[in-house]
Design a protein around this ligand. Structure first.
Ligand SMILES: *Cc1c(COP(=O)(O)O)cnc(C)c1O
Length: 355
């Protein structure tokens, strides 16, 4: 089955073969080497010199960890869809005063509204969704950075779950403190791991926060990495990390990040052109995502039927998310998928449409 989902994505067999290697102990020198190698390559993916943390959880765990570990006063989530909404819930359910600045589905965060919000209350944590997977929209960091820059107390966390590895993040250029991503999206790994960068500023903030929990206490993970030669307090998904080491090495040193971003751009443009000719694309055309396309169901297709037709031919696609289910459907063009796979996919779609 070929996965055209916005995660999880298909994983190369060379990566899957890494799981056949003997399990290594998590307190060995080898384990430290695996983490060090992941760190060097994830720093390149995020565009940062800051420390890298690996979590044995999907990305949601690190989103929860970030807001809980680094909010002393009050958190603001700039939501442009379902995954931003989720981040506010994570804050509230951890007992953190968390407000939401919600853009309409298909739009980006308005820098003027962000400025108003930051003036109105004293926030020290701002969480922003980089690429909103429910609407296929990429927030514009150039527009948001100058506003956040005015508030030196703010720890800026960015959800790059469906963008890191598919498009540049440039963390240090923007002054982002925590970038978070999952294994199963643009990095083309199996689900089960997530990665975060953790800046010195985030470290200092977390030291002032009393109730950080335990498993997702990012300061605890950070200290352990620093003081115990790149290891973790509890047993991480070590075989998954071995596969990540292998795949990140491929991404950074074999394919190369620039080529990877270019390939994502080509797949996105090809699919979007096709979608425009056959349907319509959802959302503000100025800010379309390079890794996923949210398509308006202008032909009123019954999603379950179409999805079944695709499955019969060995493809998997996604319905619209939340409120957008039925009205839209989503196609992921991320990870190690190639342009020729997208061409094969649109050809199949045309056959299904003829029926
Ligand atoms: C998939 C996704 C998440 C959730 O990540 P999990 O790894 O499933 O926990 C969060 N944010 C965005 C933008 C996503 O695409």
């Amino acid at each position: 089955m070929k996965l055209f989902l916005p995660g999880p994505v298909s994983v190369r067999s060379e990566v899957l073969k890494q799981f056949e290697k003997p399990v290594i102990g998590h307190r060995t020198k080898e384990a430290s080497e695996v983490q060090k190698s992941i760190t060097i390559n994830m720093q390149k993916v995020f565009g940062t010199k800051e420390e890298i943390l690996v979590s044995t959880s999907s990305g949601t765990g690190l989103m929860e960890g970030a807001i809980r570990s680094c909010t002393k006063k009050r958190a603001l989530i700039c939501s442009i869809g379902s995954f931003g909404d989720l981040w506010q819930r994570l804050g509230l359910e951890n007992g953190i005063e968390t407000d939401i600045l919600r853009a309409e589905d298909g739009e980006v965060t308005d820098p003027n509204k962000l400025e108003e919000a930051l003036k109105a209350k004293e926030y020290d944590f701002v969480g922003i969704t980089h690429n909103e997977t429910s609407s296929g929209i990429l927030n514009n960091l150039d527009e948001l950075k100058p506003v956040i820059d005015k508030y030196s107390d703010i720890v800026w966390a960015l959800d790059t779950v469906s963008s890191a590895g598919g498009t540049p993040i440039d963390q240090d250029k923007y002054g982002i403190d925590i970038a978070i991503t999952s294994s199963q999206k643009c990095l083309s790994l199996v689900p089960g791991l997530s990665f975060a960068s953790f800046s010195q500023k985030a470290v200092e903030k977390a030291k002032t926060v009393e109730n950080r929990g335990h498993y997702f206490d990012l300061l605890l993970l950070y200290k352990y990495v620093k003081e115990h030669n790149y290891q973790y307090p509890s047993t991480p998904a070590i075989s998954n990390m071995v596969a990540a080491e292998y795949q990140l090495n491929y991404i950074v040193n074999e394919e190369g990040l620039e080529n990877r971003y270019k390939r994502h751009e080509e797949m996105s443009q090809y699919f979007k052109k096709w979608a425009n000719e056959n349907f319509e694309i959802f959302g503000n055309k100025k800010y379309l995502s390079p890794t996923i396309t949210c398509v308006k169901n202008t032909k009123n297709l019954e999603f379950d039927k179409v999805s079944q037709e695709f499955m019969n031919k060995g493809f998997l696609i996604s319905n619209g998310y939340g409120k957008l289910a039925g009205k839209t459907f989503r196609v992921g063009h991320m990870g190690d998928t190639k342009l020729e796979n997208i061409k094969e996919f649109t050809k199949t779609f045309e056959e299904i449409l003829k029926k």
